[in-house]
Design a protein around this ligand. Structure first.
Ligand code: ADP
Ligand code: MG
Length: 476
């Protein structure tokens, strides 16, 4: 009876709290957003500062986390206090499958791995559950959801072998390298998760080399360098991501070298990732480079078409959404070199479809792919655009910034303004400032004039297209 009473209280309390949350959220977001993303959420229970809520699928969590994290954090704080937490569970998953702790709200805006693995789901029933350190392992990185493909065959197979028999294979250290967004972090995290699954008492830590450096500097400053070293020397498996960032950090490298040796001699597993193979890590201490080559080095290449399709299908499935094959094919054809972008395009597609209550079709897919492609150009500057455009029209760059009304100068200026608007995230005002302090209406006028020209005149269209390509590809 008592239990039942408690449950009833918890249920009504959680409804009240969620109601308060909703009313605060409603004030902070547009109605459409509120209806799409927040209304479908159901409060489940409340205990010990933790409100459990149910979302329709895991895509919701990702979307909310990415776009409304600040709002959510504020709301949680206002309704539940500083210790308040929000726990998401996905409605259509079985209790046992839930990795609810995967994503816990009320954390810093840019999640660090530390924030994400607030609770280690594996460590709940054994003697080391009171372990005093954070593993930084993210439960969602698993071998099970890492798609096998030609580009990652060796790396994946080795990673699994290490996860199964850590420290006992000759793959020590395991050094994995490859371009951005190809799954290095996923794989090395999956090793850590597998090691913990097999043996909960093993001490495993994942850390980026940047974080490692920060901690090291902290330790030095507070006179705890020895403690820092001992902590890492005490691990059963040490996973360091993006080791290339140790370049130029001589002192950190020194300490790392000793940690490495101690672990290696004790047969403890070391797992490293990098954007380049060891011998290309110019500026890294030679003795480290030679240590890195003692075990197994494996690369990850960009996935082939079939693998890209499989990744998309798998991801869509995990959101509980089915997408027509031709649309997935379109995406897999157009985004070729980066799995993160592939996933990004899928998320954009789902988001725009759900935001506008529109069916997923080719038009939406094209938009999502384009947005991902244009997101790559965040680093294009207005000055760079001006330089390329002026070079093409043989106009002195200074002239477009002055009050020069010569026909070719006006055209170059307008094209440069047009492309600045298209290819950068700068405001009209900022663009105007780059062109001799012109005001935003001048930029609008330029933009409209060029757009008009593009629709009237094919030769201008070709010129602008080719300039755009040059700028995007970074060739002058
Ligand atoms: P990297 O560390 O190499 O930059 P990540 O490991 O962060 O790349 O991968 C980027 C995203 O792509 C992650 O969300 C990851 O889960 C996903 N991913 C990469 N490769 C695969 C794969 N083979 N199968 C499934 N997901 C993948
Ligand atoms: Mg990474």
């Amino acid at each position: 009876m008592e239990v039942l009473e408690k449950e009833i209280i918890s249920t009504s309390q959680c409804k009240d709290i969620w109601k308060k949350c909703l009313s605060l959220i409603k004030e902070s977001v547009p109605a459409l957003t509120y209806n799409t993303w927040f209304l479908p959420i159901k409060p489940l229970s409340f205990s010990e500062d933790e409100l459990k809520i149910e979302v329709p699928n895991s895509f919701f969590i990702e979307w909310i986390e990415e776009h409304y994290n600040t709002i959510i954090n504020n709301v949680v704080r206002q309704t539940m206090g500083d210790d308040g937490k929000l726990l998401y569970v996905v409605g259509d998953e079985k209790e046992s499958d839930r990795v609810a702790t995967d994503l816990i709200a009320n954390r810093s805006e840019k999640p660090s791995p530390k924030d994400i693995s607030v609770e280690n789901t594996y460590d709940d029933d054994n003697e080391d559950s009171n372990e005093q350190f954070e593993s930084y392992l993210i439960p969602r990185y698993k071998f099970e959801n890492f798609i096998k493909g030609e580009g990652n065959q060796l790396a994946r197979a080795a990673a699994i072998a290490i996860g199964e028999n850590s420290g006992e294979t000759s793959f020590n250290p395991f050094f994995i390298y490859g371009g951005v967004g190809l799954g290095k972090t996923h794989l090395i995290q999956a090793i850590g998760n597998r090691i913990k699954e097999k043996s909960k008492s093993k001490k495993v830590i994942y850390i980026s080399s940047e974080q490692f450096t920060v901690e090291f500097i902290d330790a030095i400053q507070s006179g705890n360098a020895q403690e820092f070293s001992n902590f890492y020397k005490n691990m059963d498996a040490l996973i360091i991501d993006d080791i290339q960032f140790l370049i130029g950090k001589e002192k950190t490298q020194d300490y790392f070298f000793h940690i490495f040796n101690t672990l290696h001699q004790a047969g403890k597993q070391i797992i490293l990732s990098s954007d380049k193979p060891p011998k290309e890590l110019k500026g890294l201490n030679e003795r480290l480079i030679s240590r890195f080559q003692m075990g197994l080095t494996a690369d990850i290449q960009a996935p082939d078409f079939e693998t890209r399709m499989a990744i998309l299908k798998n991801k869509a499935n995990s959101y509980g959404i089915s997408i027509p094959n031709d649309i997935l094919e379109y995406m897999a054809y157009n985004i070729t070199s980066n799995v993160r972008e592939l996933e990004g395009s899928l998320i954009k597609l789902l988001a725009s479809s759900s935001l506008n209550s529109q069916e997923i079709d080719m038009v939406l897919a094209r938009k999502a792919v384009n947005e991902i492609a244009s997101g790559r150009q965040v680093n294009i500057s207005i000055d760079y655009i001006t330089q390329i455009v002026c070079k093409y029209f043989s106009v002195d760059e200074n002239k477009v910034r002055e009050k020069n009304r010569k026909k070719e100068v006006v055209l170059a200026r307008q094209v440069a303004m047009f492309l600045s608007k298209k290819l950068t995230k700068s405001s009209l005002k900022t663009i105007g400032l780059h062109f001799g302090g012109r005001d935003h209406s001048t930029v609008i006028h330029a933009y409209n004039s060029i757009e008009q020209l593009l629709s009237d005149d094919n030769s201008t269209k070709d010129i602008v297209e080719s300039l755009r390509n040059k700028i995007e590809l970074g060739v002058s």
